[in-house]
Ligand binder design. Structure first.
Ligand SMILES: NC(=O)c1ccc[n+]([C@@H]2O[C@H](COP(=O)([O-])OP(=O)(O)OC[C@H]3O[C@@H](n4cnc5c(N)ncnc54)[C@H](O)[C@@H]3O)[C@@H](O)[C@H]2O)c1
Length: 266
């Protein structure tokens, strides 16, 4: 009985930044539960290869659009196209795209000199893009009277960055990351109260840092901050994504769910 409730049976689910590290995994997890992932990204080459993998592995025809989510017209065109292509109603949206640069000696990010253009560019993808997709796809879900929106925050959506983790790299975690990851929680709360009666649910997930061959000293320092004593594995979010998109979470609305090995309890 429970297994049936976790099925995403032909649900059409849009993933922004679906060609990135987490987005690719989310797309495969959705296809693995019989849902239809739709990738919105700028990286066409990567997206095409993900679509191919999904077809080979799960036999699902996933979708891909080259779409800049900060451009309202492009996002509206995706909605029009999806409404024509899929006979069933659209069901889910994962607001996942954001700038998430790896620590690097080349980027400085001191607050005193933080460039206004960088601020605007990063806020535009992480917050304005999420707002545009929520507005456009969420309105359609509200019309259909059902939908699930997952906003991807971070452990840094609830706590400030510990800059000493990056000090040996001479790197500073940018202010934009904190602002975007905190802001997206507000977006969840707003759409939760705004569309709750219309059957549209909005929830935030807050992943901890995913191990992706980062600098060894950084990883050693970070592990000490995490009660589970490790960084996240890309598979650690499979369950929560499936749950929040499935009928098992019908009463889960406006929630904030940490999957960070306990890092945010400190
Ligand atoms: N990787 C982690 O350790 C981690 C931890 C916690 C939270 N997160 C969050 O998870 C999300 C995904 O992170 P990731 O590591 O997979 O990032 P990523 O950089 O691998 O992927 C981001 C994707 O977004 C796409 N993108 C950028 N601008 C776009 C635009 N204007 N329109 C459409 N697509 C655009 C990029 O092409 C890229 O494919 C982010 O919101 C990030 O903050 C990541």
């Amino acid at each position: 009985m429970l297994r049936k409730n976790f099925n995403l049976d032909n649900k059409v689910i849009i993933i922004t930044g679906g060609a990135g590290l987490l987005g690719e995994r989310f797309a495969k997890v959705i296809a693995g539960s019989n849902g239809i992932p739709i990738i919105l990204d700028l990286n066409m080459k990567k997206a095409k290869s993900i679509i191919k993998d999904i077809k080979n592995e799960f036999g699902i025809n996933a979708g891909f659009y080259k779409c800049d989510i900060t451009d309202q017209k492009q996002v509206s065109n995706v909605l029009k196209s999806l409404n024509k292509l899929y006979k069933r109603e659209l069901f889910g949206l994962i607001n996942n795209a954001a700038f998430n640069p790896q620590a690097s000696k080349k980027v400085k990010n001191e607050l005193e000199n933080f460039n206004l253009k960088t601020w605007e560019k990063e806020i535009k993808v992480g917050l304005t893009g999420a707002f545009i997709c929520t507005k456009i796809f969420g309105s359609q879900f509200a019309k259909n009277k059902s939908g699930s929106i997952i906003n991807v925050s971070s452990d840094l959506g609830v706590k400030g960055p510990k800059q000493s983790l990056y000090s040996h790299l001479n790197y500073i975690k940018p202010i934009t990351y904190s602002v975007v990851k905190h802001g997206i929680i507000g977006l969840t709360k707003y759409s939760c109260t705004y569309w709750g009666k219309k059957g549209v649910r909005s929830n935030t997930i807050a992943p901890g840092g995913v191990y992706n061959n980062q600098d060894r000293i950084f990883v050693r320092k970070l592990k000490k901050e995490i009660p589970s004593n490790r960084m996240a594995n890309i598979k650690d979010f499979d369950g929560i994504i499936t749950y929040l998109l499935s009928d098992s979470s019908k009463y889960c609305n406006g929630s904030f769910i940490s999957i960070d090995g306990g890092r945010t309890v400190y």
